[in-house]
Design a protein around this ligand. Sequence first.
Ligand code: SF4
Length: 500
Amino acid sequence: MSIITPSLLLDHMRCVHKVWRDNHGPKAEFVGEANPFLKLLWDRGIQHEADVVAGFGFEYVDCGKGTESERIAQTNAALSNRVEYIYQGTLAHGNLFGIPDLLQFIDGEYVPIEIKSGSAGEGGDDISDGKPKKEYGVQLALYADILNKKGLNSSRRAFVIDKTGERVEYFLDAPMGARTPETMWELYHRIRADVEAALRDKLQNDPAMCGSCKDCGWYASCKSWAKENDDLTQLFYVGRTARDTIRRSLESGRIDDLIGRDLDAIVARKKADKAFLKGIGESTLAKMIARGRLLKSGGDPVMYDRFDFPDVGTELFFDIETDPTQDFVYLHGFWVRDRDGERFEHFTATEISPENEREFWKRSIDFMLSFDPDDVAIYYYSAYERTTYRQLQRKYPDVITEEALDALFVRANMIDLYSDFIIKSTDWPLGSYGIKAIAQYLGFKWRDETPSGALSIQWYNEYLTTGNEALLKRVLEYNEDDCKATLVVKDYLKQRVEAM
Ligand code: SF4
């Protein structure tokens, strides 16, 4: 009998291929998972849970010690005795298994409660606007299902205690959003059925390369499968859904098969048959074909539009580092190029506290505003900096008004290279258009052999705990190299468009 646990459901939600590959894939090709970010998230979750439990103002029975069968027996005894609070109870029924952080006896039934170090909802703490986190909801639904099968929960009530210590109710029977009629309870059953089928080898699907593959132990294995099969998900912006639609309509998911086709003929067929390539528009198809041809030919990057870069005395290449496990921005870095030469400037928090975050963010804002707006250009890569600065403005409105921050980001000389140029006006013989892929393609090398934002977060947190200056140096060098990489991309784009 295949046991269904919350982590299996979560794996399936992250990648619908993973549960099958974990259980029936080529095991020798699995290289283990050492994602520092997930470890950090895990450690932070454990610490947060310990802090919340230490602050419990009520008596509870701890069922988290002993062997698995001892814990199940302790939990069953506590449930039978209608103990009001059960901490780390082990629930098992049929092929379902789970350990909710807390069970509370309310109104004649047991209700599962999860303690989370993040926000309760997708868009923040409030889920009244209909944005519950699916990962939390599906996990709670599994616990509610086990309790229901034991005759201990019929209302499907469930709660999350979020990072602020607030208790937020999850309505498992309510539609997940204004445009999503499916309930969390229905989603849970759908995912559970898929996981059960994958475990029994009854549901098979192919890998699909995506952003989270790099953190997966199957990355090399799936990547080599994609290469061998000439799979369309190797192309930038082509995911599982588009690949599978193309496969159904064209009876092939190979890059060669797509790029060998005549776009006009495909478009004509699409117009005649609404089910043909449903959901994939003409411009998307044209992009896929262009990208596939470029990837296969290995030709030079293509510039579709001419654009003028500002001619100014100072250029700032800007990149921030954040720790999402603590909702904290710890570094604002700038590579400065002016008439005197080049240098790195940074504003780095020295402790995790709102005062410190505010202080170094303010210094960064003051730094950007200290230049003549007509004689400075500020470059960054992706909308992340802008989005994060808006969040900081909401947190610390006394630093800068919303209008003043917006005015800074809408300046003609404030340029998001990725959103404004790379995506709109260029194509590259690469599967990713991220700063690392593009700058490395252009010959830039990061000083760190395995540069990643997740490792930077880990080094920064270790530096705060140990005071080890070598770790801080690594964090700063990583950010400095990200800023310099942005300069390399900008200079390449400028040189190419000037030659047009
Ligand atoms: S490498 Fe990607 S496609 Fe393969 S199992 Fe992992 S997440 Fe899924």
